[in-house]
Design a protein around this ligand. Structure first.
Ligand code: GUN
Length: 291
């Protein structure tokens, strides 16, 4: 078997085009969707991600501002900035790029974002809504993965989904979303024993480690016909690679490439969330703008 490549880039393009039309309609109503990002420190990968998010916003007419702050910025100073962004009525979405430097209390900062502006679904309130399956703002990477599965008619109902990641950005919210879609979900992490066996039990395997020195998904870890969603990103000899080794292609039924798989979907979902947040904060019914 040779896996079908899931074309995240193309689907992200379709989502983005739809967002562009919604932005036009919002502007006709006098609303200019506006995303504020906060980047602390000099992590190169984070800076690249934030730059890509801004570029994507520009392409669909979403206004942006980036607050790039020095590494030694304090938790108190960040609280002040997020409070200011919460109160600024022009700002519809707030994204604090993670990870934050170690001296900053990440929970405190992310949990104080106004829920209606929380385009990452990181606040306890929005994660609570997600757990009840009534969230309006879904976490970007998990939402991107679910969208890819829907577009390729990969139905997780009754399937065993194994996720290798337990972060608040990916593994935890994704496990909740897949439970709502009637999957049986196993969440694995660095302390999981028999990881190879767990992986071989998966009908759908979602891997999000992103560090080839710690983990590589090899073909002996994948049973025939498994759907592989590769969320990992690492650089090897200057080339972007995911968690899955090339041999996995011979076993999987579907696989997301890196680059061009989940990555563009994360950005597309951020654009979608920003227009949803704009509508929420301006008291506009999004259904009115659809079409
Ligand atoms: N760091 C890596 N991915 C993300 C993301 O989707 N959102 C935020 N806020 N930080 C990230």
């Amino acid at each position: 078997m040779v896996a079908v490549l899931i074309d995240g880039k193309s689907i992200a393009g379709k989502v983005t085009e739809r967002v562009r039309r919604t932005v036009e309609r919002l502007k006709e109503k006098g609303v200019e969707p506006y995303l504020a990002t906060v980047l602390v420190g000099n992590d190169e990968a984070s800076a690249t991600y934030v730059r890509n998010k801004h570029r994507a916003c520009e392409q669909v007419g979403i206004k942006t501002i980036n607050h790039h702050l020095p590494e030694d910025y304090s938790t108190d100073q960040l609280i002040e900035l997020v409070t200011m962004l919460n109160e600024d009525r022009r700002v519809h979405g707030i994204l604090v790029q993670l990870p934050l430097p170690k001296h900053i209390n990440q929970f405190l900062i992310t949990s104080m974002i106004k829920p209606s502006k929380d385009v990452d679904c990181l606040t306890p309130f929005n994660i609570g809504l997600l757990a009840y399956d009534v969230a309006k703002l879904l976490p970007c990477t998990p939402a991107g993965i679910v969208e890819l599965m829907k577009r390729y008619r990969i139905d997780p109902a009754g399937k065993h989904v194994v996720i290798i990641n337990r972060s608040v950005l990916v593994g935890k919210p994704l496990s909740i979303m897949l439970l709502h879609m009637d999957a049986t979900v196993t969440v694995c992490h660095s302390k999981t024993t028999n990881l190879k066996e767990r992986c071989r039990e998966a009908d759908i395997l979602i891997t999000a480690v992103g560090d080839r020195s710690k983990f590589v998904l090899s073909k002996d870890m994948v049973k025939d016909g498994t759907v592989v969603i590769d969320v990992g990103i690492d650089r090897v000899n200057g080339r972007l690679v995911g968690d899955a080794d090339e041999g996995v292609m011979e076993k999987a039924s579907y696989i997301t490439p890196v680059p061009g798989g989940v990555g563009p979907m994360t950005v597309a979902m951020l654009l979608r969330n920003t227009v949803i947040a704009a509508a929420l904060n301006e008291g506009i019914d999004l259904a009115e703008l659809d079409g």
